[in-house]
Design a protein around this ligand. Structure first.
Ligand SMILES: Cc1cc2nc3c(=O)[nH]c(=O)nc-3n(C[C@H](O)[C@H](O)[C@H](O)COP(=O)(O)OP(=O)(O)OC[C@H]3O[C@@H](n4cnc5c(N)ncnc54)[C@H](O)[C@@H]3O)c2cc1C
Length: 565
């Protein structure tokens, strides 16, 4: 391709829409570009190509970069790909661009036919001299029409996928949780198809993520995505004062206090920072936010605060092992990499418990979601939504989703919400007309081909079952720690919660396996120098405030440990 290079627009200047001209005769091609540049060069980008294939490549690149094309001028007689064939294919990429065919007098019949084939806006007879009379008035009027519509470019990351694909849902969730703005395109929408065509992908390899630089990532992993959207995935050092495992409120709290108090601190997070709190639509009981705050906002501020103090925040890295090597504590990542530190804070929180019923696993991500109410909310507009669970998290989701959904039904196993949900939420739910509560009810089955279509509900007082139509089911049935990888390393209770501090001794003088003369510090685990904070800790309060408090206290104890050992 010749002429102006197709580059990403500068971040500040609004990108100029392009006028693209294609002619296989280099002399003619240069002449058209020159005339266009003379008149429109200030306000538009002039892109020149010498074959249909070259021109399509340029258009694909521009499409991926989110750039606009206002007018396409194509020579009719080109070998391999005629101007009409080119315009036909270009329509898939830029359907709104105005289309002009350049023809010799002898070809006017063909040009007139093309009006139907490619919805031609104009045909120009060659030569068009003087351009002031024959070329500019035509292009001016086409630009006037084009400008009258809204063609603002989309600078965000774009995601093209199937609406009912589990991986597409995960990718969207991942981007949302990492605060990466994106725009979603269903593969069944024309724009989704145009983006796929531009990326050279097909609908068997979805989702396709197009970065703001215009690079297409076909079915990317979380790690790949993280790297491309500007998240840090690799620690910069081999040795730290403190490794924090888990990026929820407890881990972020520990990272803020650790880094602000001069400890070389790295936080390792499996997916995205924020933890469970990051998925809460509205936290109303966190100190200092009288009007409530969304979990995403709260944890995003905490993330920025930790980074500002110099903590390294590493995402998409799963910790799978921990061992003591002399006074160092070695943390092993899923890919085999290791990081050494003087101390470790375990802040892995808890993960959603799975709903066990036939059909549920198969439909997860395709109508059945665990806690990801926020990302899916837009899709729930005017739908009948079901939520399983009777705790605050389920209540919050019900209130949030009821804003757009036709109806929200809360399915609760217990006879009422009183024993499991805060009073203020029960009051809120009662005040929302499209939320209903079905007590003594369990989900015993889910069915659907491509996505969830039906739920089978059982009344646990009568044992009767009922099948209801449902497109969405959100599951909030409690959570459990995933700490198997700590087996034999630190003491855990039967459910996997990490035992710490006074709970370790459980009445005995010294905890089992404890080698030091001093007693363990308050949040210290059975391995000296390793602390537990937040929901993962045995007997913790399961609140954002207490998790943050644990994180802060654990750092204070880290200092005490470092001063004494
Ligand atoms: C929907 C919802 C609403 C809630 N609303 C409220 C509320 O209004 N008020 C309130 O006080 N509390 C609320 N809670 C509870 C609150 O969010 C939790 O108590 C709090 O998030 C616990 O923080 P944490 O840091 O201990 O753990 P988590 O928030 O669970 O974070 C743990 C993090 O560790 C990561 N992780 C786990 N294992 C590994 C590993 N091996 N390697 C690397 N990373 C790992 C996880 O990916 C996760 O990001 C709510 C919870 C939910 C789910």
């Amino acid at each position: 391709m010749h002429g102006e290079r197709v580059t990403a627009p500068a971040a500040t200047a609004p990108p100029r829409a392009a006028l693209l001209t294609v002619d296989d005769d280099p002399g003619v091609s240069r002449a058209v570009a020159r005339d266009l540049r003379r008149h429109y060069g200030e306000t538009h980008r002039i892109v020149r190509a010498e074959s249909g294939e070259q021109a399509l490549d340029a258009l694909r690149e521009m499409k991926l970069r989110g750039e606009q094309v206002a007018v396409l001028l194509a020579d009719f007689r080109m070998p391999r790909m005629s101007g009409i064939e080119f315009l036909e294919q270009a329509m898939d990429l830029y359907p709104a661009a105005k289309r002009v065919l350049l023809t010799a007098y002898a070809d006017t019949d063909a040009a007139i036919d093309a009006i139907n084939v490619v919805d031609l806006d104009y045909y120009l007879l060659k030569p068009w001299d003087p351009p002031e009379e024959k070329l500019y008035p035509v292009v001016d009027s086409l630009l006037e029409v084009w400008n009258s519509a809204d063609h603002r470019p989309v600078p965000e990351t774009k995601v093209v996928g199937h609406r009912w694909s589990a991986r597409s849902a995960e990718v969207r969730e991942f981007l949302a949780r990492n605060q990466v703005p994106y725009r979603w395109f269903g593969v069944d929408q024309p724009e989704g198809q145009a983006l796929l065509a531009a990326a050279g992908a097909d609908d068997h390899t979805l989702p396709v993520v197009i970065t703001t630089d215009g690079d297409p990532l076909v079915a990317p992993s979380d790690g790949e995505l993280a790297g491309r959207v500007g998240l840090t995935t690799t620690p910069s050092k081999d040795f730290y004062d403190l490794v924090v495992i888990g990026g929820g409120p407890a881990g972020l709290g520990a990272a803020v206090y650790g880094a602000s108090e001069g400890l070389r601190t790295v936080l390792l997070e499996r997916t995205a920072t924020g933890g469970q709190a990051g998925q809460s639509s509205r936290i109303e009981n966190y100190l200092g936010f009288p009007d409530g705050v969304s979990g995403a906002q709260l944890t995003e501020r905490a993330r920025r605060q930790a980074v500002r103090f110099g903590a390294e925040l590493i995402t998409t890295r799963d910790v799978v092992g921990l061992e003591a090597s002399g006074s160092a504590r070695t943390v092993r990542l899923a890919d085999g990499a290791t990081i050494d530190a003087h101390t470790v804070i375990l802040a892995m929180g808890v993960s959603y418990r799975q709903l066990v019923a036939p059909g549920v696993d198969e439909l997860t991500g395709r109508g059945v979601f665990y806690g990801s109410a926020l990302t899916e909310a837009a899709n729930c507009a005017n739908q009948d939504v079901y939520i399983v669970g009777g705790a605050n998290s389920a209540g919050q989701a019900a209130v949030y989703l009821a804003r757009g959904a036709r109806s929200v039904t809360l399915l609760v196993r217990a006879p009422s919400l009183e024993s499991s949900m805060s009073y203020y939420l029960i009051q809120q739910i009662a005040a929302v007309p499209n939320i209903s509560v079905r007590s003594c009810t369990e989900v015993v089955g889910a069915a659907g081909d491509e996505h969830l279509e039906q739920l089978i509900l059982r009344d646990n007082t009568t044992g009767q079952t009922e099948t209801v139509n449902a497109q969405f089911l959100f599951v909030f049935i409690g959570a459990a720690p995933r700490t198997d990888w700590l087996d034999g390393v630190v003491l855990r209770d039967a459910r996997g919660f990490v035992v710490a501090g006074p709970d370790l001794a459980a009445g005995a003088e010294q905890p089992r396996g404890w080698s030091l003369e001093r007693a363990p510090y308050h949040l210290e685990t059975s391995l000296p120098g390793v602390f537990a904070a937040g929901d993962v800790r045995f007997q913790s309060a399961k609140r954002v405030a207490s998790a943050v408090g644990d994180g802060a206290m654990a750092v204070m104890l880290v200092h005490r440990y470092l001063d004494r050992e």
